[in-house]
Structures are given as C-alpha cells and as structure tokens.
Ligand binder design. Structure first.
Ligand SMILES: [Zn+2]
Length: 201
C-alpha cells in the first residue's frame, strides 16, 4: 500500500524507458496523472490503490507522459524584463556568491566575474586565468537558473570538460541541475540574437 498522505517518489521501467514519478494517495475515485510546469510527473491514486497498480498505470501511460514532457521542453518562457547594467552585475554577482560555498570545500578559489552578452553560451570558465564569464541575459532568467549556470562554470575549475566526473560533481552539489538546465532552454529568447545554445563550455 502507498504510505498515507505522504508523496512517494517511484521509479518504474516502461516500454519507453524508466520514468520517475511522485505518487500521492488521496480520497479520489480514479487514478490521475499530470505533468506539472517543471516537467515532473504527479500521480494521485485512491487510498486503497496499491503501488503496483499505480506503477502499471504509469507504464500504460508512458507514451502520453513522454509526449507531454517533450511538448513542455519546446515551450518558451517569457524572459524577465531587461535590467540596468548595475542591476545585472548585482544579480549575477549574487548568484556567484550564493553557489560558491558549494565548491569552496573542493579548493576552488573565488573567481573574478566577467559579464558579457554572449550569443550562444550562458557562460564559460577560464579556469587557467581564474575567472568565469556569465551571460548578461541571465539577469532575465529566474534566480535558480542563474545559480545553475554559475555553479556549472565553477565546477569547470575542478573538471575542465563535460566528462563523467563533471556530471557526478554537479549531481552531488545540485541534484536538480538537469531540471534547471531543461528550464533554462525555455529562456533562450533572452539571448541576444536568439541563438539556440544553452550549453556552456
Ligand atoms: Zn560547461
């Protein structure tokens, strides 16, 4: 049986690959499924429903779920209004200060920060010179996304490429970074020249 009231994170294998979903037991009549704005899969089931029934439900609906997630990935978010140069410097400086403590214990020195209106990158890391560049367009993205890019660039001081070590470190320091990266793609309209890039060096 599902633990009463408390949402439970489940992972099931489906014909379309593994799917992780949040299962909640409620006083509802039917099994309900929705993909929320963050692309997370929420399933609510009647109180008497077993975990196995819930898993089978998700397996049956896996095609629909993946199509819904793909639709969301393509959706574009409206960037926040433009800000002044000073405000941009403050917002991005604050992002760096917020996430730096995550890499400080790994021996990363606090870097210099340069701001540029890059066309196709959200940021990059000049690890040999000890500075990172953040795209001024990040000032028009939500705070969680500014933090994600700042951390991505900081982690490049430890792992220069995008090898398994890099991703393992991101997983350890910011477990939801993949979700943030996905959301960031919806803000590509904030980039000057609307380049589609959302990857960083
Ligand atoms: Zn990178």
């Amino acid at each position: 049986m599902v633990t009463k009231g408390l949402p439970q994170l489940r992972m099931v294998d489906t014909p379309n690959g593994p799917i992780t979903y949040t299962l909640t037991r409620k006083s509802v009549k039917n099994l309900n499924l929705r993909v929320d704005a963050r692309g997370e899969i929420m399933v609510s089931v009647p109180l008497r429903c077993s975990v196995k029934q819930a898993d089978s439900f998700v397996q049956e609906k896996s095609g629909w779920i993946l199509a819904a997630i793909r639709r969301q990935d393509r959706r574009q978010a409206e960037p926040l209004p433009p800000v002044s140069r000073e405000e941009c410097a403050r917002l991005l400086g604050e992002a760096l200060v917020r996430v730096y403590p995550l890499v400080e214990p790994c021996g990363v020195a606090f870097p210099s920060l340069k701001l540029r209106a890059l066309k196709s990158q959200w940021g990059n890391c000049h690890w040999a010179q000890g500075y990172i560049t953040l795209n001024t367009a990040l000032a028009r993205c939500p705070e969680a996304l500014r933090d994600y890019v700042a951390l991505h660039e900081l982690v490049h001081f430890l792992h220069h490429d995008h090898g398994p070590g890099f991703y393992a470190r991101m997983d350890a320091l910011m477990p939801d970074w993949r979700q943030r990266r996905k959301t960031l793609k919806q803000y590509s309209g904030a980039l000057e020249g609307r380049a589609k890039g959302s990857e960083h060096t």
